[in-house]
Design a protein around this ligand. Sequence first.
Ligand code: GRG
Length: 301
Amino acid sequence: MPIETRLTQFETTWVPRLNAPLQAAIERDAGDTRLADAMTYSVMAGGKRLRPLLTVATLQALGVTFEEQRHWQPVMALELLHTYSLIHDDLPAMDNDDLRRGEPTNHVKFGAGMATLAGDGLLTLAFQWLTASDLPATTQAQLVQALAIAAGPGGMVAGQAKDIQSEHVDLPLDRLRVLHREKTGALLHYAVQAGLIMGQTPQAQWTPYLQFADAFGLSFQIYDDILDVVGTAAELGKATQKDAGEAKNTYPGKLGLEGANQALIATIQTGKQALAELPAGDGRDLLAAFFSYFDTKRVKP
Ligand code: GRG
């Protein structure tokens, strides 16, 4: 089966299953309030569920059977946290975006104050959900610690702070890579780590999984940067070096479009090499299929 099909099949099975209880679970915990409406609005706004899918795929690769009572709340906690980051990122005080996924952003719909609180609510509820499953208490504590490290001032928030500070600064590539690792990579790293923790996998076996996660995270960011350039070009392949150069703190800005594409191809290769260390089988193939998110043919040489 082509790897694109493998990924599509996995999404078709899992996205509806993960989504089904979501709105009711938020309303159960946030009440019938305007705040709950604001939280639900962004959570139900059509995200790809990439991070929860990565956790579920890691569980599958480890041979762990998904059980709703044990796994659903901790798996979806990450989606709550991701949604908070998008709501806050869109706020007038940050990127000041009016549209996300083609719809009005949370603050456009609910006002900046309520959008801030919707983000706060989702961030906090994520940790509540990590501790509300049938998993052993020690496993729950490990999840809480790992997510706090990934999302907090040593991870995503640090990356966002660097992003704000470097708005008018031309960052060298190594500092850009750190910024991306924190801002985008840390949650994707955690998505795989959460599977390892929930599967109670001995830490000695974590390395290839986390190397895969980190390669996926970097690929994700490089690809997002490339799409920003080629997606705005009138026709695919017509994006110019000038388009790339205008976006300073991006991979195409540093390396040119073709250079960024080569970096993407090399990063995907690194991720696949890491997976080659895992036992052959369907679970490993499923993780490899996540690289089919990236179309390395968008850039014409
Ligand atoms: C506000 C603390 C704080 C952090 C914000 C994630 C983030 C940090 C900002 C989002 C801005 C951005 C463009 C980040 C790059 C990563 C990215 C493309 C995130 C979007 O993730 P997807 O594609 O989103 O998984 P969906 O819409 O599918 O949920």
